[in-house]
Structure formats: C-alpha cells, structure tokens
Design a protein. Structure first.
Ligand SMILES: CC(C)(COP(=O)(O)OP(=O)(O)OC[C@H]1O[C@@H](n2cnc3c(N)ncnc32)[C@H](O)[C@@H]1OP(=O)(O)O)[C@@H](O)C(=O)NCCC(=O)NCCS
Length: 184
C-alpha cells in the first residue's frame, strides 16, 4: 500500500502529533495539548504535512470576522484592520525535515485557504524575530507581506505566567520580540 505524503486538514485525532514538533521548534511546554484542542474546537484552520504516515509539520490559522474577535496583544496597537482577518498563527516543521520545501508548501496552502475559502481581506503573520529561522519570512515578502511593526519583549509576561522556556532565552521572562507581517 502506498504511504501518504503531503498536506491534509488537521483533525482532532492528530493533535497529539503536534506537541513534539512544537516542543522542539519553540521550546518545551510553549504549546500544550489543551491549547491545540481549544484552537481546533473553536473552528480554526489547521493543516498538517505528512511524510510516509508521519506528521512532520503543521500550520495553524484563525479567521476573525469583526473588531474585538482577535485577542492578540499587538492588535490594540494596529491602526486599521479590515475584516475578515486571517491570522497565520504558527508554522513548524521537525528539524530533520526542514529545508525541503515543506514550510513553503504549508504557507502557500494556508494562504490559499484563507483568501479563497474564508474570504479574508487581510492576512497577519506574527513572526518570532529572534528565531534562527526568521529568514523564512523572506518568503512572506515575496508574497507581498510588509512589516507593520516590531513589538519588543512580546512574550515576557506570558512566559512568566505560563512558565515556558523559550528556546533562546531559557528560563522566563522571554525577551524576544514579535515582527508583524501584513498583507492586504
Ligand atoms: C520556519 C520553518 C517552518 C520553515 O520550514 P522549512 O520546511 O524548513 O521551510 P522550506 O524548506 O520550505 O524553506 C522555506 C524558505 O526558507 C528558507 N529557510 C528555511 N530555513 C532556513 C534557515 N534556517 N536559514 C535560512 N533560510 C531558511 C529556505 O531557504 C526557503 O527559502 P526559499 O523559499 O527562498 O527557497 C521551519 O524552519 C521551522 O519549523 N522552524 C522552527 C519554527 C519557527 O521558527 N517557526 C516560525 C518561523 S517565523
């Protein structure tokens, strides 16, 4: 029987496979299973990439229909947002599968769904500025995204409250910043 490889919609039963990917890519405990579960049960969009049955990457996005729906901390500092807003929340690929075009494929697929299935007028991609994979965002620029703002110490409070260890900063507080890419 042929083994499956490629992009699929994320289903509840697959959520458990996202944890080891998130742990290794963002730091242990940054994402917990209940957060992924809540995310999907609220109707958000998840895509996974499978290689020979194994889930090796994922991308999560949410659609916000109106003002006030999006609770991301940076939103209050953004002057104007058009709705529906598509927020590409999280993309990750297991290190041993990186640099094979999987991230690019996940990003293309999620953007296509947000634009054409959900009718999003604007896309946000909040990027972890100090990530060693920040270079990945050059793809966003090619796709027409521009930087709308940089928010220093973005996860400091959150990392203390949730006690997660950023891969770069280690013990909280995290001193990393967020760069917001936007495409209208
Ligand atoms: C970012 C990430 C999802 C990219 O996934 P990937 O499967 O390696 O990406 P691809 O192979 O499709 O490469 C995408 C592009 O980024 C570039 N790239 C990927 N990793 C890179 C790195 N470490 N350094 C420099 N460029 C890199 C590739 O050259 C490619 O550029 P191109 O489109 O001009 O050819 C993956 O590295 C990852 O999971 N990182 C940890 C989590 C993370 O930081 N996510 C948020 C990123 S802002």
């Amino acid at each position: 029987m042929q083994k499956s490889t490629g992009i699929e919609l994320l289903q509840m039963g697959e959520l458990i496979h996202l944890i080891p990917i998130a742990d290794v890519c963002f730091g242990t405990g940054y994402f917990k299973l209940y957060q992924f579960t809540r995310f999907l049960s609220e109707g958000s969009l998840g895509l996974i990439y499978r290689v020979d049955e194994k889930v090796v990457g994922y991308c999560l996005a949410t659609v916000f229909e109106k003002t006030g729906d999006c609770k991301e901390a940076y939103v209050s500092e953004i002057k104007e947002i058009t709705y529906p807003l598509g927020l590409i929340k999280n993309i990750a690929v297991l290190p041993e599968y990186q640099n094979n075009g999987i991230g690019n494929r996940l990003l293309d697929a999620v953007i296509h769904k947000l634009n054409f299935k959900f009718g999003c007028k604007i896309l946000h991609y909040p990027a972890w500025t100090e990530s060693k994979n920040y270079e990945f965002t050059k793809k966003l620029r090619r796709l027409g995204f521009t930087v709308q703002g940089v928010f220093p110490d973005y996860w400091a409070k959150d990392s203390l409250e949730k006690n997660y260890h950023c891969q770069r900063c280690g013990t909280p507080p995290c001193s990393c910043s967020l760069t917001l890419f936007v495409k209208n």
